[in-house]
Design a protein around this ligand. Structure first.
Ligand SMILES: [Zn+2]
Length: 325
């Protein structure tokens, strides 16, 4: 999942009433000439879970289809292997997914196949193997349980922000809270989060030449709260599971994705020193250094449902703030 403000979507929706699609396209051809744009998705569903709706993680199948057609028309889409072997054309684009929702396998793959678009999905294997989805559990507790919020706020954890309280939820704190309650939250959280893919679905899709798997930590912890040893251990545990599939590549996307608030740059360096070939964040920026080991990604959402809105989202992110990598 990602942690992104929706302010830019409001700007994009406002600006997109201007009928300037040809101008946007012309500007895109100039501004994006020697760049790599990495798009990221989570859920592609016509009936998204509360978790996906709350964090703006869903794209409806119709809008996803529209966005894929747009990207295929406007960009030169590359595969993860093209990226690893530095075969990058002008105006390159890569399609990525995070987490491992069932909807990728059931809804997104058929649309991607229709346009012959390769994609990589960064998986955390713990919920796929039946455990509770950690990101779902901590967001559920922060959204739904007043006593948990009070418990967290009572821990003097420093400058906590109400909207992103879950980023302070390390395992020890959550375990100590859960030990005090008799509630079995597994079923409630699973319903809140929605369905994950099964290992059977992973095995079936692993022979699809358009589908690649990458690493998203075993349990989707907040990376910033992990020690170096914990980060590497979670990465390796997940890699062990994913190595069963021939389409696995040593590429990694940071859970929650935002540089600075969710992970440190030195953690990206540590992963690269330990064999990861490409590390992705969700900063929203495009990539001017196409061959870099650390790459930015942009999330398109359900509200980006016209060419104008997609272009404006791209341009808005291009010029917003500092480029982190
Ligand atoms: Zn994630």
């Amino acid at each position: 999942m990602r942690n992104e403000l929706t302010f830019c979507n409001k700007i994009v929706n406002f600006a997109s009433v201007v009928p300037l699609e040809k101008c946007y396209r012309y500007a895109g051809n100039i501004l994006l000439k020697n760049t790599l744009m990495v798009f990221t998705y989570h859920d592609v569903s016509s009936d998204p879970s509360e978790f996906s709706r709350t964090f703006d993680l869903n794209t409806s199948p119709d809008v996803f289809d529209y966005q894929m057609r747009f990207i295929a028309d406007e960009f030169n889409i590359v595969s993860p292997d093209d990226l690893l072997e530095n075969r990058l054309p002008e105006k390159a684009a890569l399609i990525t997914f995070d987490d491992g929702f069932e909807s990728y396998f059931r809804k997104a793959i058929p649309i991607l196949e229709k346009y012959r678009i390769p994609s990589i999905i960064f998986l955390n294997m713990s919920p796929i193997k039946g455990s509770v989805f950690w990101a779902g559990l901590i967001t559920y507790l922060c959204e739904k349980r007043e006593d948990f919020k009070e418990y967290l706020l009572g821990k003097s954890l420093g400058n906590l922000r109400k909207k992103t309280l879950f980023l302070s939820c390390d395992r020890r704190l959550v375990k100590a809270y859960l030990d005090r309650t008799d509630d079995d939250l597994h079923e409630e959280v699973s319903k809140y989060v929605g369905r994950f893919a099964t290992e059977k679905e992973l095995a079936e899709a692993s022979v699809n030449s358009l589908v690649y798997y990458g690493n998203h930590l075993f349990k989707h912890d907040v990376p910033l709260l992990l020690s170096d040893e914990e980060l590497l251990s979670s990465y390796s545990r997940n890699r062990e599971e994913l190595m069963k599939y021939a389409n696995y590549r040593d590429m990694f996307s940071f859970p929650f994705g935002q540089p600075g608030t969710c992970f440190f740059r030195k953690q990206a360096d540590l992963l690269i020193e330990n064999g990861v070939k490409k590390v992705f964040n969700t900063s929203g920026k495009l990539n001017r250094e196409m061959g870099s080991s650390c790459l930015n990604r942009l999330s398109l959402s359900d509200s980006n449902d016209t060419k104008g809105k997609i272009w404006l989202k791209i341009f808005y992110q291009m010029f917003k703030g500092q480029i982190m990598y």
